[in-house]
Design a protein around this ligand. Structure first.
Ligand SMILES: NC(=O)c1ccc[n+]([C@@H]2O[C@H](COP(=O)([O-])OP(=O)(O)OC[C@H]3O[C@@H](n4cnc5c(N)ncnc54)[C@H](O)[C@@H]3O)[C@@H](O)[C@H]2O)c1
Ligand SMILES: [Zn+2]
Length: 391
């Protein structure tokens, strides 16, 4: 008996007999894909590790993280994986929005290409939104797509950035210009990870929660209002409810339109103004959530000026953002942000979007309209009412 008999697998026969096309009609091709995954919200690092090991199912792991996260949380994650006999390699990016770049993505592709990571192995994004966006995009293109798991470590990434499969890096001319839709294998949001982030980052994460409350859920607005102090104090129960609520709302909104075929997206509330603020300030001094907070103020004012939103709702939105200590006035923003610069950056986005700039204009909590006819004058007026000198 030859020694190799035991390892020989039976031959796998593929038998087909496709008919040839008749006539001259176009030949139709179809590639239907359905991605489903679970978002696990855990309370401790050990619970997160257990979930991660289950989802890895024996695959090798390439962890992508940044220097702050690695310092604070890396040893426990890597030791935990080693202790469970999982092969791990890790790459650490400089912390901050500037790492969301083509250069860093290219560096990661070189690293993966030279590693033992194969088509069925798993990339783990272990960090904030910058890491989830960058590593997810790297995973989407490496070998035409390898599986990846998001293990977000900031509140912003747990309530938003790690969910939905939008992966991208920035281009100097526009945020997230180079990207793809590529869904993760799963998301593990462990709320105790956010304990080592700054208060400012907790508040920035809250901005994306307030956004979801305004566009999609009066119940979530009530929860945030009643739990706000506990959330800012990083109470585990309050954070868990906050992250679970945001995850459920985002999952439901994404399921409706996973690939954004409909450009009228309520999730973009605060971003029509918010993204240009980030571009103008050079991706750094202003956190994404802070830019979105101010963007929500300006866009709410546009809605109120059009008579869509009643003044009470405007007061409630701005009041909630203020209680969360997020920027709601021009004086709280970096000085390079001027109405002219914001309008110019929005014009760039308008060009990229084939002439259309859409605004999500809330009517009340849970209801909004999406408008593509907001004029420059309306935007300038709302910026003025938010503290900028009239221009
Ligand atoms: N893909 C999406 O749908 C989506 C949605 C929202 C935001 N985003 C993107 O997310 C990014 C912002 O994410 P972010 O605010 O998480 O930024 P980030 O990833 O830069 O993290 C913020 C800072 O916190 C540090 N950090 C992260 N976790 C930590 C921890 N547990 N302890 C100590 N320090 C920690 C990081 O090193 C960094 O300095 C933006 O690029 C934004 O465009 C993407
Ligand atoms: Zn956002």
């Amino acid at each position: 008996m030859p020694a190799c008999t035991e390892t020989t697998s039976p031959a796998f026969v593929v038998r087909d007999a496709f008919p040839l096309p008749t006539g001259g009609d176009p030949i139709h091709a179809r590639a239907v894909r359905c991605d489903e995954y679970d978002i696990h919200v855990t309370r401790t690092a050990d619970q997160a590790l257990d979930r991660l090991v289950e989802l890895l199912d024996g695959a090798k792991v390439a962890v992508v993280s940044d220097e702050h996260v690695m310092d604070e949380l890396g040893p426990a994650l890597l030791d935990g994986l080693h202790a469970r006999d999982i092969d791990v390699i890790a790459s650490v990016l400089p912390a901050g929005e500037r790492s969301k770049s083509l250069q860093q993505a290219t560096r990661l592709w070189h690293w993966l290409a030279e590693s033992p990571i194969a088509r069925r192995d798993v990339l783990v994004s272990f960090g904030g939104g910058v890491i989830c966006d960058t590593a997810g995009w790297v995973a989407s293109a490496f070998m035409r797509g390898i599986p990846y798991l998001n293990v977000p470590t900031t509140l912003l990434a747990q309530v938003d950035g790690a969910l939905g499969g939008k992966v991208a890096v920035n281009h100097p001319l526009a945020k997230n210009l180079l990207g793809a839709f590529f869904q993760p294998l799963g998301v593990i949001s462990n709320v105790s990870y956010v304990a080592t982030t700054s208060d400012r980052h907790i508040r920035a994460g809250l901005a994306e929660c307030i956004k979801k409350a305004v566009i999609a859920s009066p119940d979530y607005a009530d929860l945030i209002e009643s739990d706000l102090d506990a959330i800012l104090a990083r109470d585990g129960d309050a954070l868990e409810q906050l992250v679970r609520g945001a995850s459920a709302i985002k999952a439901a909104l994404i399921e409706r339109d996973p690939y954004e075929d409909d450009l009228r997206r309520p999730l973009n509330f605060g971003h029509t103004i918010g993204h240009p603020l980030e571009t103008v300030s050079g991706y750094g001094p202003l956190l994404h959530g802070e830019a979105v907070a101010f963007g929500m103020v300006v866009e709410s004012r546009i809605a109120a000026n059009r008579g869509l939103m009643d003044p009470g709702t405007l007061v409630r939105i701005v009041g909630l953002l203020r209680r969360a200590q997020l920027p709601t006035t021009a004086a709280e923003l970096p000085p390079q942000i001027t109405p002219d610069a914001v309008i110019a950056a929005m014009e760039k986005v308008r060009q990229i979007r084939a002439g259309s700039l859409r605004y999500v204009l809330p009517i009340r909590f849970g209801e909004s309209v999406i408008a593509d006819d907001v004029t420059e004058a309306e935007a300038r007026q709302a910026l003025h009412e938010s503290g900028y000198a009239a221009s």
